[in-house]
Design a protein around this ligand. Sequence first.
Ligand code: ADP
Ligand code: MG
Length: 219
Amino acid sequence: MIELRNVQKEYNVGNTAFPALKKINFTMATGEFIAVMGRSGSGKSTFLNIVGCLTTPTAGEYFMAGENIGTMTDDALSLIRSQKIGFIFQQFNLIPNLNLYDNISLPFLYTTHAGHDLHRKTLDVIKRVGLAKKIFNRPHELSGGEMQRAAIARALVNCPELILADEPTGNLDSHNGDLILEIIEDIHDRGGSIILVTHDEKVAARAEKIVALEDGQFL
Ligand code: ADP
Ligand code: MG
């Protein structure tokens, strides 16, 4: 499903180029649940942003479902991001002045399907993450755990093939973190492909496979 070959990423800081990823190789089959571990600054978010087509590599190749991502136009990339990938971030990234329902149905702004179906899909994912009673609440009226469940619902609403989660339990206590991990495991049980970035060994242990990044390289 995913293959990275000799992917590098350098950030320009002043006059120097900082290598955040150094010639990494990575493959993932459809339906896998992989945890990426590593200390802060090891390149985890950079890696996830490349896989999610949010950042382009400085060098190397990236194939998704056999297609070379590096040759695609910006429009083609935004279509992939909105239809094939669901993102979950540590800081939730909900829109403050939209209620839960509108936040979750936001990805549909990029689709052209009929409205009724989208309404049902939105309600389905809201129920699935246990937030049916909070549909009209705005993000500031939700707890941290509820905000993250809302963010997961938003990531799932388009039925993406790939879920990318960057420290999704990082801002939560262990009880709420467990609820999030249960939802992620449920996505996997239903056939979803998941990459979960974390610096927490207990969180990583929930995945089928663990890979570790150190100084921009897989160990
Ligand atoms: P992690 O998610 O593992 O903490 P990151 O991928 O965020 O690591 O960062 C990897 C390295 O790249 C860090 O040293 C970080 O400071 C640097 N870095 C990340 N983003 C940028 C940026 N936009 N500009 C310059 N340096 C960056
Ligand atoms: Mg990070």
